[in-house]
Ligand binder design. Structure first.
Ligand SMILES: Cc1cc2nc3c(=O)[nH]c(=O)nc-3n(C[C@H](O)[C@H](O)[C@H](O)COP(=O)(O)OP(=O)(O)OC[C@H]3O[C@@H](n4cnc5c(N)ncnc54)[C@H](O)[C@@H]3O)c2cc1C
Length: 424
């Protein structure tokens, strides 16, 4: 067996083990036999060899935002690999496996450039990009996976390889949208876009307007340009200090907009939304791209428990608004958070270099979140059953839990090809 490298291997009961295993998701937890706290690609190679020699299955964690299958063998913890190099001339960024979007944004913002980042600044940029990646500029530029240029990967055998469209077209296709089962990615190069600021923000409506707002959101999204990406969250707000007074303890609709065109045009585009009902709160402004996710989404950034899934929809018929609110609104028997993201635009077009992202024809993504119990799971499935006729599949990035679902991440032909490439 090979010697341990200089890196830290942590075993249960040793100082630092619990901290290293912990992540953003607290509903599930990694149950590793050993954790490799890697600092660079050589450490990852050593860890892969260590696992192979001992017959341990390998899992990876950067931030724990996307933990679905807890580790049972060796967990490779990439949180120390946070290096980022921006090349403003080629408009690309090299991003290491453990970097979070907030780290990337701090670097790219200085050059007036934007990555295809999403709503959570604490999310890991690498896993997000390999799983698809629906961000603030999604309808204008497509999935983050569509703009990954180069990937560095350590294979199961412990080899470090660079994967590009030229070096290995099959593996390059599979990693971008297929994500798991090909090895451990140590870093990747992504394209950046000349978007220094956004016009964006959100408005909140109270429980009495949820159905009307949802119906209106569906109709409004049919009229907006690709420079505008939006979503609506229906959220039971906790009655606790820190939540703005008008929202505290109320089940609200939170409409979020990111528009990368002229701010005056942005103002014009959002004006019809003000007619949807009495607003509890509203905040729109021109925002530096680096601050946009935090300002627009205001998602909680402290670790918590969540369980949920998505349905990618060919349409969200406005006629379904009422039944959706019955199942998920303030009078629903089990408390859930729902979110509908507007897709389409560039997300529906094939990328310049093909990849494994499926269900591109989807126009909306419905996400349902709750606690992880059986009753909550059943409540979620009721919601998904309601939109079954329009359902194409589910999104890899937004699967929070490990229950089987009838909806598939990939279309059958993509799944077949991914399996062939994994086997190879
Ligand atoms: C608050 C929040 C906001 C989000 N917003 C968005 C959004 O706007 N758009 C979007 O598309 N997604 C979004 N997501 C989903 C997110 O992109 C996925 O959950 C993603 O997998 C998180 O990656 P991570 O590294 O942060 O999490 P981790 O839990 O550390 O990793 C998730 C999984 O990715 C794989 N993985 C991680 N690192 C590597 C690696 N180096 N090599 C190979 N595989 C690896 C592993 O299978 C791992 O279990 C959000 C999630 C949360 C919780």
């Amino acid at each position: 067996m090979s010697e341990r490298s200089e890196m830290n291997y942590l075993h249960p009961g040793e100082p630092g083990f619990e901290d290293e295993a912990a992540g953003f998701q607290t509903a599930f937890r990694h149950d590793a036999k050993v954790i490799a706290a890697v600092e660079n690609a050589d450490d990852v190679r050593a860890a892969m060899t260590y696992a192979r020699e001992r017959g341990l299955p390998v899992s990876v964690q950067a931030t724990g935002h996307g933990l679905t299958k807890p580790a049972t063998g060796l967990l490779i913890s990439t949180r120390r690999m946070r290096g980022i190099r921006v090349d403003p001339v080629s408009r690309t960024a090299w991003v290491e496996a453990g970097a979070r979007w907030k780290d990337v944004l701090a670097e790219t913002g200085a050059h007036g450039l934007a990555p295809l980042s999403g709503s959570g600044p604490g999310v890991g940029a690498v896993s997000y990009s390999l799983g698809g990646g629906v961000g603030l500029l999604a309808r204008r530029f497509g999935y983050a996976a569509d703009h990954v240029r180069r990937i560095e990967l350590v294979t199961e055998r412990g080899d470090l390889v660079e994967v590009t469209a030229e070096s290995d077209p099959d593996l390059f296709w599979a990693l971008r949208g297929g994500r798991a089962g090909f090895g451990v990615v140590t870093g990747l190069e992504m394209a950046l876009f000349p978007v220094a600021t956004l016009f964006g923000g959100g408005m909140y409506f109270g429980p009495e307007s949820l159905t009307e707002v949802l119906r209106g959101f569906r109709e409004w999204t049919a009229t907006v340009p690709e420079e505008l990406t939006s979503s609506i969250g229906m959220v039971p707000m906790p009655d606790v200090p820190g939540v703005p007074e008008p929202l505290r303890g109320r089940h609200v609709a939170h409409l979020r907009v990111a528009y990368s065109g002229d701010p005056a045009e942005g103002e014009r585009l959002i004006a019809p939304l003000r007619e949807l009902g009495p607003r509890l709160m509203e905040r729109f402004a021109e925002i530096p791209f680096a601050d946009a996710a935090r300002t627009i989404f205001s998602e909680p950034d402290t670790p918590h428990a969540y369980y949920g899934d998505t349905a990618l929809l060919s349409d969200f018929p406005a006629t379904k608004a009422e039944s959706l609110i019955e199942l998920t609104g303030p009078d629903a028997p089990i408390g859930v958070v729902t979110e509908i993201r507007h897709l389409g635009g560039a997300l529906s077009r094939p990328p310049a270099v093909p990849n494994a992202v499926s269900h591109r024809e989807a126009q909306y993504q419905l996400m349902v979140l709750s606690g992880p119990g059986d009753a909550e799971h059943a409540a979620q499935e009721k919601v998904f059953a309601e939109v079954e006729p329009w359902t194409l599949g589910r999104a890899l990035n937004f699967a929070y839990g490990d229950r089987p679902a009838v909806r598939a991440f990939h279309s059958p032909d993509v799944e077949r090809r991914l399996t062939e490439i994994r086997t190879r």
